[in-house]
Ligand binder design. Structure first.
Ligand code: FES
Length: 372
């Protein structure tokens, strides 16, 4: 196949984060601060990305506002000609900092929503007072006039808040909301019992999204990631492995997707040693699941193989121990029935407690932390 340039790059500036969300999809082993790429290294990567053909840069983490040089990084990204989107919980952003980011050319903000009220949001984020701070940040974002996307991660404990999350997006003037049912990658896999939606919740979310898309047409775009353990068709993860985007981890590893490190046999290159161009076109990890040659049956002869690329490689690894297997979310997978049975069991485990994640180098916690 002909390899096209990537469209988007996710720059995970740091794994440090003031929140401790149990649904975090970052790896269980986080990159320590002393391994993070510095300002000049990121500046060089942004220049390389621009030359490679990347159009959109998503500044993420952890919490990107935890980087003291965020302003310099946004400036560097704009100098490289990249459209810049800041993916943030809002914690660590002040009005002054947001205005400076606006002047530096930040194009768009994506604000996460852990719940629609302080009790739920602070419990899920593991950070008391976080919701009130976030709402203040949302007001500043509106006053400055940043285009805003709200990102609501939903699961068994907060799916009933979906209608209010949609209302909040409209009230905040967001142009788009991403309704993302929790995906069980990285840390989130530890919390499958605590967070798995019930099949009834998944169906209700489908109904609400469908109805709201019609009702809010022209006002709010709704992107939707359904509860895929309860679905019958796999998602086209990452738009297809090595076709659309790449992720750079805080310590410079270049990954085909954010969970790729959970596939143990893959070898990842680092921007400290190779150029982005070489990694994208020739990197072993990018080429392993590119195209369709790697597919087994039933994917290889499936009429949908160019539509969904057999689903998510990381999910196939996590659930059946083979990253080249058909994602068991697909009805054609021999593991599909067992997956749905297990998903229903997870969703009815009402005694499961949420395991909050710690910051890099710290252990996990079971209680929310106080604001700093
Ligand atoms: Fe890695 Fe889906 S998260 S391919």
């Amino acid at each position: 196949m002909t390899v096209q340039p990537p469209i988007a790059m996710l720059a995970e500036l740091t794994h440090r984060c003031p929140l401790s969300c149990p649904y975090c999809s970052n790896p269980v082993e986080l990159a320590l601060q002393d391994r993070e790429l510095d300002t000049d290294q990121w500046r060089d990567i942004f220049q390389q990305a621009g030359r490679l053909g990347v159009l959109q840069l998503h500044l993420s983490g952890g919490e990107p506002a935890s980087r003291r040089d965020l302003l310099e990084l946004v400036t560097a990204a704009r100098e490289a000609g990249l459209y810049t989107n800041l993916i943030t919980s809002g914690i660590g952003l002040t009005e002054k900092r947001l205005k400076a980011l606006d002047e530096a050319g930040l194009d768009h903000v994506q604000l996460s929503l852990q719940g629609t009220d302080a009790m739920m949001a602070d419990q899920i984020g593991g950070y008391k007072g976080g919701f009130d701070r976030k709402m203040q940040v949302a007001r500043w974002i509106g006053e400055i006039g940043f285009p805003l996307t709200l990102n609501a991660v939903l699961h068994r404990r907060n799916l009933h808040q979906l209608p209010r999350a949609l209302e909040m997006a409209v009230e905040m003037g967001a142009r788009r909301i991403e309704v993302a049912t929790v995906q069980f990658h990285g840390w989130a896999l530890k919390n499958r019992d605590a967070l798995m939606p019930t099949p009834e919740q998944a169906r209700e979310a489908d109904r609400i999204v469908k109805e709201s898309r019609t009702r809010l047409k022209g006002t709010l775009v709704i992107d939707y990631v359904p509860a895929d353990y309860h679905s019958d068709f796999p998602k086209r993860c990452m738009g297809g492995w090595g076709t659309t985007g790449l992720n750079v981890s805080p310590d410079g590893q270049v990954l085909p997707c954010h969970a790729a490190q959970t596939i143990p046999h893959l070898k990842f290159d680092n921007v400290r040693e190779k150029s982005l161009h070489e990694i994208w076109y020739e990197g072993e990890a990018f080429n392993t699941y590119r195209g369709t040659d790697w597919m087994q049956e039933p994917c290889q002869s499936c009429e949908n193989k160019l539509k969904d690329f057999g689903g998510c490689r990381c999910q196939a690894m996590a659930l059946v121990g083979d990253a080249a297997a058909t994602d068991p979310v697909c009805t054609k997978s021999p593991h599909h029935g067992a997956l749905q049975t297990r998903a229903e069991e997870h969703s009815h485990n009402d005694t499961a407690e949420m395991i909050y994640r710690g910051t890099p180098g710290r252990s996990q916690r079971t209680k929310p932390k106080e604001p700093v």
